[in-house]
Design a protein around this ligand. Structure first.
Ligand code: PRP
Length: 213
């Protein structure tokens, strides 16, 4: 039996994902061990491997078949636009993709002004402003802490995920427009889906059943 490999996005989704898999009888406690520097973990009995990767890299590993299955936020899937099958909405990791900024920037959005937008999600930002709003904007790619953009005068607004809203609030920013709702998703490599159809379908249906419990 060949190993099936899971790629998990490091961070907030890992614990919920492993808890869900545990309910399906899939256990790999090393994955959530904060003290290890190991990157890949094996459950020999079930023929499964798990590795943790940066969120935006998860669809890449899955597209190239280095991982058969991935768990990652829908924001990352939309942004990366990789050739993967999105097979299950996990219902956790819920957040919203929003345009946010200081309250006084609201009118610049309403009047479709030429504004600067900072984001970790340039593709989502471009699609929203150019295709949905027909607004020409200048998009600046950042790699994190994007709330700094409007605070230090790099941009007028940001496009970012908002979960509790506490980061925005703590920095004097607010949601100005909502782009879409998001949650964690399971993705699968299209070739793996064919070659390992039975095992992968079983895992997905077990996860689905565990979510409905
Ligand atoms: C994300 C996001 C916001 C924050 C939103 O950042 O980019 O900054 O979480 O969460 P909240 O609404 O609950 O405050 P993350 O923690 O992933 O770090 P990063 O900014 O360094 O990417």
């Amino acid at each position: 039996m060949r190993y099936l490999t899971f790629a998990l996005g490091k961070g907030r989704l890992v614990n919920d994902t492993m808890e869900l898999l545990e309910k399906c009888g899939i256990v790999c406690s090393e994955v959530t061990d904060k003290n290890t520097r190991k990157l890949i973990f094996t459950n020999e009995e079930l023929g499964l491997k798990f590795f943790l990767a940066k969120g935006p890299d998860v669809p890449t590993y899955v597209e190239y078949g280095a991982a058969d299955i991935g768990v990652v936020g829908e924001d990352t899937i939309l942004e990366m636009g990789r050739n993967v099958y999105e097979v299950l909405d996990l219902g956790f990791g819920k957040c919203r993709m929003c345009v946010a900024g200081p309250a006084q920037k609201r009118q610049l959005l309403e009047h479709h002004e030429m504004i600067r937008v900072a984001s970790k999600y340039p593709n989502i930002a471009r699609d929203y402003f150019y295709n949905k709003k027909n607004q020409t904007v200048d998009i600046i790619k950042l790699n994190g802490s994007v709330e700094l953009g409007p605070i230090v005068g790099l941009s007028d607004v940001i496009v970012d995920i908002v979960e509790t809203g506490s980061t925005l609030k703590a920095n004097g920013l607010e949601v100005l427009e909502e782009i879409c709702d998001l949650s964690a998703r399971v993705i699968v490599n299209p070739v793996s889906m064919q070659m390992e159809s039975e095992r992968i379908r079983k895992i997905i249906s077990d996860m689905k059943a565990a979510l409905e419990q």
